[in-house]
Design a protein around this ligand. Structure first.
Ligand SMILES: C[S@@+](CC[C@H](N)C(=O)[O-])C[C@H]1O[C@@H](n2cnc3c(N)ncnc32)[C@H](O)[C@@H]1O
Length: 261
């Protein structure tokens, strides 16, 4: 699958999910709030929300940083359309673009906030180089992203059924750190694990579909999933059922803060 085709698939999937996203994105909300709480600054002139999705964090960034301009950028037109309709905030520019090729001038942004978006980037070197290019000297990049332990139960359960990639591959902490530090000065990079619990597996799969984060990666299974394979997958996931009767879904979350030296 070509890079461009993969990107358009990701954008289409998130666009389709724009209407359902806010109602199922509790985890994304919690992680974004945690990231925001890391922000000690109380003002910034130009702020970029990179991979803004439905724009949920736009009013919160405005309230905390009182920017002259807030740029909310996303690759999915559907997300931006929803965001424009539901978050009307003064001084906000809603921009369609790719984090790996930012449509922004050099040295033009004071702070970049990005919650749970950069795990969709294929080329981390391009991402960090673009971040460094658009940040002003002394500008900050704060982000949350997902690590390879994320949804391991789902990945392992599918692996007993077929060899297709059903769950996205996420970058490990060392690679993330090395990529970031080639362009930026570290302030902090930490990890937190979260486990969501479900009574039924279909609640988890419906949630992933609702946020647009299901089966997008290259090499994913492209045909119909046969009934027998779904049954085998569900049976495999049962090995993770806890003594309290609930099914876990694990998330490995990385929180980073970097400065453009
Ligand atoms: C899980 S959502 C997170 C949205 C929002 N930040 C939040 O926390 O609710 C990921 C978003 O990143 C966007 N995205 C993925 N890859 C991107 C890229 N290369 N450039 C810009 N946006 C991207 C998707 O379209 C989607 O809206």
């Amino acid at each position: 699958m070509s890079q461009q085709f993969l990107k358009s698939q990701i954008a289409e999937s998130f666009s389709r999910a724009a209407v359902s996203y806010d109602s199922v994105a509790q985890l994304q909300r919690d992680i974004g709030h945690e990231l925001l709480s890391q922000l000690t600054q109380t003002s910034a002139d130009v702020v970029l929300d990179l991979g803004c999705g439905t724009g949920y964090f736009a009013p919160l960034l405005t309230e905390q940083l009182k920017p002259r301009q807030l740029i909310c950028l996303d690759m999915a037109q559907g997300m931006l359309q929803y965001a424009r309709q539901h978050r009307s905030i003064a001084n906000t520019l809603w921009l369609c673009g790719d984090a790996e090729k930012l449509p922004l001038a050099d040295n033009s942004v004071n702070l970049i906030f990005s919650s749970l978006a950069i795990q969709w980037c294929e080329d981390l070197a391009a991402l960090f180089s673009e971040v460094a290019r658009v940040l002003k000297p002394g500008g900050r990049f704060i982000f949350s992203t997902l690590g390879p332990q994320t949804l391991y139960e789902l990945r392992e359960s599918w692996s007993v059924v077929d060899s297709f990639q059903h769950v996205n591959r996420f970058i490990d902490l060392d690679c993330l750190q090395a990529s970031a530090e080639r362009q930026l000065q570290p302030v902090s990079l930490r990890q937190a694990n979260k486990v969501l619990l479900y009574d039924q597996l279909r609640e988890l799969t419906a949630e992933l579909k609702g946020i647009g984060a299901h089966n997008i990666s290259a090499g994913r299974h492209s045909g119909l999933t046969g009934k027998a394979r779904v049954i085998a997958f569900k049976q495999a996931y049962e090995q993770f059922r806890r003594p309290d009767g609930q099914l876990p879904a694990s998330y490995q979350v990385f929180y980073g803060e970097y400065i453009h030296g």
